[in-house]
Design a protein around this ligand. Structure first.
Ligand code: TPP
Ligand code: MG
Length: 683
């Protein structure tokens, strides 16, 4: 078959695989894959630098399907390109997406879930579905590429120069997160970033112009992007030229606006929302296939020559590029062994030797320091030891104490991409998505803002948890302890909400040394993100010769101070700043002859992972007199205090006032803890 026909045959194979999989599942989104197949085919076949035989190659170009509902477009492409499956850093002989998996689209346990999930399917670079997130992730990947190049490339050794492509629909571009991310990408001049906008004039509910008719091109020009327009998604030559122009564009990211037809080729559903999110129906499928010149009754057909077409295109090109890179990297290893070792360590998810040396240890101090303060010191020590920790704050770095200040830390600025401090600006949501993208590129990355504003980045954090990636989300100003800024800035329910999030490891450390322990655990925790919840206000640093060792943090909760013989009549439970309050109450109770125990509970998730015997040793079931104290929503504490216990916590929003007045108003004073303890003891 002649070349154009093989191209078209391959494109129609992508289309019909998507159509058939959706039809068989009786669920899914056929329209976007039908419209976008040529756009993605041209990119993969002719431009994407990607070796299907090794989808973990660190310098591969990244392809992100932000329009995650079009998942079959990605699955069909991964399948036809014969992308290999990888597991635990090893390449297997099996395919990332076999034909069987395509036939099991959207079924339990398949590699082809409804929306792409990176921890399930090799070749899926990031989990997408919530619109806009993939666009945000792609900016993180582009930042990672620039940072890696700035720090690891040497003259003659461009070890890193990967490009990042993201396919976005109308929905992606309507979402705020993509606007934030695009604004920052333009500011940072990320010339290695290309978004492909599927301008099909249709969304889920109907025509896009019911809700969206802004001038997208002008908007992106305003962000500092280079913008091109392709009038016909089926014009491979024009697409090819646009990709080439992107590859040579300096100083700006690129937006390629592609006019396409949702449900392309469907006589009754093309250009209609009806092609968006439901199977075409058996009768319509036949008509579409007829239109494509396809055997009408064939299902999941890959015509002769199509696999070879991909093998001879992306397969061959990718293998050559990868092999040239391998040769170059072998020489690089000889000339720059230290840097090469670092790269190997980073890419395999290890921490370098000495990663935990010189961590601070905080002396006993009744006045103490805020946990944001001890966090800043710990983070700086770790980042000095681990050269690939990068991150920053959404314009609150001074308050969050997350600036990396050691010599050589530097800033990540436009055209100066070596630095470790990223300035996200006031863009919390994009910050979350970007840090996920950086983390997916194997750097260790952190975000920072006030805990209250976690609401602005929670959707990205949820995906970090779903993807099982080791992102670090740092929050300060964790309670009404914020004081005068008032209830708009005082988190209440956020802590309970993150505790409810599957696979999110949360710490609210009880003193400066608990902060250090929490960081150590977070850095070693590779299969999910960690959220650190820290105070603005000072809190005591405990005397660990008198109270228990801080190593108890690793168990999530531990007995900090105990009754004689380890036989308490009442248990005080707390996290964060309220551990000190409980310790003060404990001293008074002890002085009064009441047998009390203080349990510091920095991480519910870790505590829940302990065996029954340990849990029983910390919270003996026969001690039913229990009081929890936490300046956060009371939600969930009944689990630990039991039916006879008392919860001192927040049942309303906070208020604007000096902290001492707030502590009084909301009952976070020693006297209140004492009377609660006596109440549950029936005294
Ligand atoms: C954050 C978020 N909101 C809503 C949805 C549900 N949703 C999925 S696709 C879609 C319409 C998107 O339109 P467009 O991006 O133009 O996709 P097309 O119909 O062109 O395939 C919506 C509302 C979602 N996936 N994510
Ligand atoms: Mg659309």
């Amino acid at each position: 078959m002649s070349q154009p026909n093989l191209d078209l045959l391959s494109i129609n194979t992508i289309r019909t695989l998507a159509i058939d999989a959706v039809q068989q599942a009786n669920s899914g989104h056929p329209g976007a894959p039908m419209g976008l197949a040529p756009v993605v085919y041209e990119l993969w076949q002719q431009h994407l630098r990607y070796d299907p035989a090794d989808p973990t190659w660190p310098n591969r170009d990244r392809f992100v399907l932000s329009a995650g509902h079009a998942s079959m477009l990605l699955y069909a492409t991964l399948h036809l390109a014969s992308v290999k499956e990888a597991k635990d850093g090893k390449i297997l002989n099996s395919l990332a997406v076999s034909m069987d998996e395509i036939k099991r689209f959207r079924q339990i346990g398949s590699k082809t879930p409804g929306h792409p999930e990176s921890h399930i399917t090799t070749g899926v670079e990031t989990t997408t579905g919530p619109l806009g997130q993939g666009a945000g992730n792609s900016v993180g990947m582009a930042i990672a590429s620039k940072w890696l190049a700035a720090n690891f490339n040497k003259p003659g050794f461009d070890i890193f120069d990967f490009k990042v492509y993201a396919v976005c629909g109308d929905g992606d571009l309507m979402e705020g997160v993509s606007s934030e991310a695009a604004s920052l990408a333009g500011h940072l001049k990320l010339s290695n970033l290309c978004w492909i906008y599927d301008n099909n004039h249709v969304t889920l509910d109907g025509p896009a112009d019911w809700s969206f008719n802004e001038d997208v091109m002008t908007r992106f020009l305003g962000y500092g992007w280079s913008v091109t327009h392709i009038a016909d998604a089926n014009d491979l030559d024009a697409l090819g030229r646009a990709y080439e122009v992107f590859q040579h564009t300096v100083g700006r990211p690129t937006l390629i606006v592609v006019d396409s037809h949702i449900g392309y080729g469907s006589p009754h559903k093309q250009d209609s929302y009806e092609a968006h999110g439901e199977p075409l129906g058996e009768a319509e499928v036949k008509l579409v296939k007829k239109n494509y010149g396809w055997p009408e009754d064939a299902k999941f057909l890959v015509p002769d020559g199509v696999y070879d077409q991909f093998k001879n295109g992306i397969g061959k090109r990718g293998a050559e590029a990868h092999s040239a890179w391998n040769t170059k990297f072998a020489e690089y290893k000889k000339q720059f062994p230290q840097l090469a070792d670092q790269l190997i360590c980073m890419q395999s998810g290890q921490l370098p030797d000495g990663w935990d040396k010189n961590l601070p240890s905080f002396p006993t101090d009744p006045k103490g320091m805020a946990t944001r303060e001890s966090s800043g010191k710990t983070l700086n020590a770790l980042a000095a030891n681990i050269p690939w920790i990068v991150g920053g704050s959404a314009d609150l770095a001074k308050s969050n104490k997350t600036n990396l200040t050691f010599e050589g830390a530097g800033d990540f600025f436009p055209d100066a991409y070596h630095g470790r401090n990223i300035h996200f600006g006031v863009r919390e949501h994009a910050m979350g998505a970007i840090v996920n993208g950086i983390t997916l590129s194997k750097l260790r990355a952190f975000t920072a803002t006030f805990f209250n504003f976690s609401d602005y980045m929670r959707p990205s954090m949820r995906l970090g948890a779903l993807m099982e990636i080791p992102a670090l989300y740092i929050f300060t100003h964790d309670s009404i302890g914020v004081g005068e800024d008032g209830p708009t800035h005082q988190p209440v329910e956020q802590l309970a909400a993150f505790r409810a999030m599957p696979n999110m490891l949360v710490f609210r450390p009880g003193d400066a040394n608990e902060v250090v322990e929490a960081y150590k655990i977070a850095l070693q925790h590779m299969h999910g993100p960690t959220t650190l919840v820290l105070t603005r206000q000072a809190m005591p640093t405990f005397d660990r010769t008198k109270y228990a060792s801080v190593s108890g943090v690793a168990k999530g909760a531990y007995v900090l101070a105990d009754a004689p013989g380890g036989k308490p009549d009442v248990i005080l439970l707390a996290s964060g700043s309220e551990v000190g309050l409980c310790a003060a109450a404990y001293e008074k109770l002890t002085a009064e002859g009441i047998k009390a125990r203080v349990v510091s509970m920095p991480s519910w998730e870790l505590f829940e992972k302990q065996d029954a015997a340990y849990k029983e040793s910390v919270l003996p079931s026969n001690v039913i007199a229990r009081v929890s104290v936490e300046m956060e929503s009371v939600f969930g504490w009944d689990r630990y205090v039991g039916p006879k216990g008392k919860i001192i916590g927040m049942r309303s929003f906070g208020a604007s006032a000096p902290i001492k007045d707030l502590l009084k108003k909301f009952g976070f004073e020693v006297e209140n803890v004492l009377s609660a303890a006596k109440e549950v003891l029936g005294r």
